[in-house]
Design a protein around this ligand. Structure first.
Ligand code: NG1
Ligand code: ZN
Length: 533
């Protein structure tokens, strides 16, 4: 159990390419896989220190690069309740990763130990998992070597989706408490979700088959396993892009990110009017739905549409149960379509908060509501129920059979939802719960509002750090004067909106624009992009 400070000087895995600089950002560490062996070793040390700091609470480590190309990889830490690593520790992660010799690494470890008053003799427990990338087995070994030198009790969970690992971490840390989250196993996850889903759709006819594009990633084998827990007459799924063995196929022309950014169906789909489709990303924490209308036009039902559907359904259920004193709210980012914000605010009349990009910001804001629905437009999100809300839902006594039915359904919905993090399988079940209860196809769902045409452009600039924003990234404060120039263009378009921010995951600046028509949107995006160069 002891942490061997002197041993890290000899076991350190140094950077492969001198001069590489690493940063723990919105997506943890993420870059080309061959640059990550040193980082994995240090993440092993970091996870052990974090666990020691929290008196041996179990910390998770997930090796994945999500929707990125197959040659990339990445790693992020999971805190005890299944949330992302506490923000104040991101800086420690970055410092450890950039220490490139034994002495400086030991020095950074000592700095962290002092700053956080960590007892190095305290126990440490870490669980880890990985996605389907060919680089994972090697990187797992590097992580294990960092865990071993730190004296952590390390348990490998093998191939998992990112949200499954978050679920497992929360289950382990809440076992035996009033707050127990479930069985800390893959099977426990499948059972919890399938049982809750069956209750949530009980008595309603099954919908047509849902085609699930798994982006040739880990979602495919896991979903294939999950369907064994559900009878065919409850949910019918057909997996496409489920090949995790052929090199080069992961996220290639398929998956949630491809569908969202290209606004087109993935490779391997033969989508026709009436068909129901959705896409997962490479680690199955994001989902988007889509269909083609009777004119053959492709229509996307993205994270904003999911948030609207979920908020609508949950608000009605809360009312049927008679607990509408609970405050429901929705959290979005600036990338949310203007029509969705308008629908939430003016039709559902639900409070909407806008926060900077990155799931941790959305998650924290959602915690401020009794029931907080949060989704990024790209399909990453979930619903959080506060402990008080859960307590109210679980203890209220029904006065009528209708109220009892609403209570049962709301309880089931809280179990269908993975409350630790966005989860493609769980979000898929939430959407299917709502559509089955309403007996809606994608067209009925899509009727809530019509998306404004929008365009997201990536602009490569000499130095993206000069772009500084305020107001949840919707306005630039630097470079000086640029925001005024953007405003002048925006003012010329009906329903015009545009903003510029530096990406947190790529060396580029993103320009977003929306306006009343496709051509005006493209024109606005172009004009603003030219200002940024
Ligand atoms: P950046 O690169 O900071 O725009 C992207 C996504 C985020 C989030 C992170 C983490 C967009 C516009 N941005 O962030 O929503 O998912 O990656 O993966 O989709
Ligand atoms: Zn992902």
């Amino acid at each position: 159990m002891t942490f061997d400070l002197s041993a890290i000087k000899s076991t350190i895995i140094p950077h492969k390419v001198e001069g590489t600089i690493y940063a723990y950002g919105t997506a943890g560490f993420r870059t080309k896989a061959h640059l990550l062996d040193s980082v994995m070793y240090k993440v092993g040390i970091l996870a052990a220190l974090r666990s020691k700091k929290l008196n041996g609470a179990t910390i998770g480590v997930m090796i994945t690069a999500s929707h990125n190309p197959e040659e990339d990889n990445g790693v992020k830490l999971v805190d005890p309740r299944g949330e992302m690593l506490e923000q104040s520790w991101e800086n420690y992660a970055t410092k450890l990763a950039n220490a490139n010799d034994g002495d400086s690494l030991a020095e950074v470890v000592e700095q962290i130990v002092t700053a956080q008053e960590i007892n190095l003799d305290a126990p440490a427990a870490v669980v880890y998992a990985h996605d389907t990338r060919p680089s994972c087995p090697e990187l797992v070994k590097c992580l294990e070597s960092g865990l071993s030198v730190s004296g952590a009790k390390a348990t490998g969970y093998g191939l998992k989706t990112t949200p499954m690992l978050h679920y497992i971490v929360r289950c382990i840390n809440t076992a035996g408490t009033n707050d127990a989250y479930g069985e800390p196993t893959e099977e426990g996850y499948y059972k919890k979700l399938s049982e809750a889903f069956m209750t949530a759709v009980a008595g309603k006819p099954r919908l047509s088959t849902l085609h699930v594009d798994c982006g040739n990633g880990v979602g495919a084998p896991k979903l294939a396993e999950f369907v064994k827990y559900l009878p065919e007459d409850v949910l019918s799924l057909k997996i496409i892009n489920g090949d995790i063995h052929t090199e080069g196929k992961l996220n290639k022309d398929c998956g949630a990110d491809y569908v969202k950014t290209r606004q087109q169906a993935p490779l391997g789909s033969e989508i026709a009017p009436g068909d129901r489709y959705c896409s997962f990303d490479g680690d199955a924490d994001r989902i988007v739905f889509y269909y083609v209308d009777s004119n053959g036009v492709f229509k996307l039902l993205d994270g904003d549409k999911i948030a609207g559907l979920a908020a609508m359904f949950i608000m009605e259920l809360v009312q049927d149960v008679g607990i509408d004193t609970l405050k429901v709210g929705v959290v979005q980012t600036a990338y949310a379509n203007g029509s969705s914000t308008n629908y939430l605010t003016n039709v559902l009349k639900v409070p909407v908060s806008c926060v900077p990009t990155g799931v941790k910001h959305l998650h924290h804001e959602a915690e401020k509501y009794d029931i907080g629905v949060y989704f990024e437009a790209n399909g990453h999100g979930t619903v959080l129920f506060s402990p008080e809300a859960l307590n109210t839902i679980n203890t209220i006594e029904a006065k009528t059979p209708a109220q009892q039915q609403a209570i049962n359904q709301l309880k089931a919905v809280t179990d269908v939802i993975n409350q630790t993090v966005g989860d493609a399988i769980s979000d898929m079940l939430l959407v299917e719960t709502i559509l089955t209860n309403r007996q809606w196809g994608p067209e009925e769902w899509d009727q809530a509002y019509t998306d404004l045409p929008n365009r997201l452009v990536k602009v490569v600039v000499a130095d993206r750090t000069i772009f500084k924003t305020t107001n949840a990234e919707r306005e630039l404060v630097e470079p000086e004067g640029l925001q005024e120039q953007i405003n002048e263009h925006v003012a010329k378009y009906s329903h015009g909106r545009s903003f510029v921010r530096a990406s947190g995951t790529e060396d580029a600046v993103r320009v977003y624009a929306e306006a009343a028509t496709r051509s005006e949107t493209d024109e606005l995006a172009n004009k603003v992009s030219l200002l940024v160069y």
